[in-house]
Design a protein around this ligand. Sequence first.
Ligand code: URA
Length: 485
Amino acid sequence: MHRVCLVGRGDLSEWRDAARALAAAGLSPQQVDWRIGGAEDELFEAAPDLPTPDPAAAPLTVPAGFLSLAESVACHTEPGRFHLLYRLLWRLQSDRRLLELTADKDVAWARLLAKNVHRDSHKMTAFVRFKEITGQAEGRRRFFAWFEPSHFVVARTAPFFRRRFADMDWIIATPRGTASWDGESLIFDTRPGENPGHGDPTDELWRTYYASIFNPARLKLKAMQAEMPKKYWRHLPEADLIPDLIANAEANVRAMAERAASDPPPFHHRLQEAARTLPPHMPADAGTVEALREAALGCTRCPLHCAATQTVFGEGPQEARIMMVGEQPGDQEDLAGRPFVGPAGRVFDAVLKEAGIARETLYLTNAVKHFKYVPRGKRRIHERPNRGEIEHCRWWLAKEMELVKPSLVVALGATALYALSGQQGPLSRLRGKPIAMQDNIVLYPTVHPSFLLRLPDEAERRRQHGLFVEDMKTIGHLSERLAAQ
Ligand code: URA
């Protein structure tokens, strides 16, 4: 019996080199004892005992598919994995179609191990949570994540994070190795990492965000538990919210259905009625934002006023230096009569807080002042305003700008950008590039907060959340520079 000792931390090449030598020496699977867990310098301790390879032996070949299967199996923590791989390699030399026999015990076992590894790798892409390492010198932002995978998946999954988070430095430490990226090299260390137990001031904001986007009406408990097994919860700052959100889901769905009934709540009709009694033509000379708001309550410039509950006008100090412009009020804003108080507003509040901008210092408004929606069952589904509606409502936006006189106007999303500048180019190209407007006003285009709510992928949402916070910080600095001019 020849004993081979491998480090066995997910690196196929150490097994492959050993397997090649053993097979060339004619050693059958029954003659090899594969051991795992040796230090690197103990590797392949049986090598000196190997019989000299037979020079006449046919070279080893394997069918397509074996190497990628073996790469996955090598990452599993199953102690018998290298023995299994060697058995498959040996049998493949006389049976080229072995891998097609899905009922074969060795093949089925290898496929099952590979499946576990793929799943673990997928979970890592979904549940790694980066925490910012603060107090660093100027330069790229640095992040740390602690994760506990079931298998040796760090090296194979790290390229995903390099693609996703290329613009920041990061370290992912696990008990099964550590990967790090500095913008140039992706480095992997097989030694167990350590969890320094970093807290992160953004955890609280992340919890707010999660609670905002949790939709009780879409809760599928079984699917959620399968997709997000409890063992991963400890990596998630939002984890302790989940039991309550689940427990209250049914009650919240009922409340949502009542709130979002297509029969508008009683005060909807009263407000609509009151608006109809206002003078149809608004004074063009309203001297304050308050007077302008009063006038806008009776706005009938476009048909959107017919179905909406009320005009949702801008709010904030008339002397605000920054004006932020969204698209149009949503369902909750329509009922409350205030901008940005629904789910997008909660995300926006969290982002502002993280960027150090106080909402009360901003003038917040929308390109279109009435909620546009289509009723679907008991729900009112948001619909994008069209050009005509935006253009009618631009009258109000221009008046708000005249009175507030901001030095910086932020377009949140494509509708606001169109209303403010007439530009229709892709937002991805225009985002973050200030545009000079008349009266020395600077226009700063960025995304709308609801863009973050729509991203299905958690990792991408995190990245975009970070970018949005960066935009807000830039806006804060820009506004200070403009004030100092
Ligand atoms: N989306 C907007 O654009 N504005 C709001 O007020 C709410 C959601």
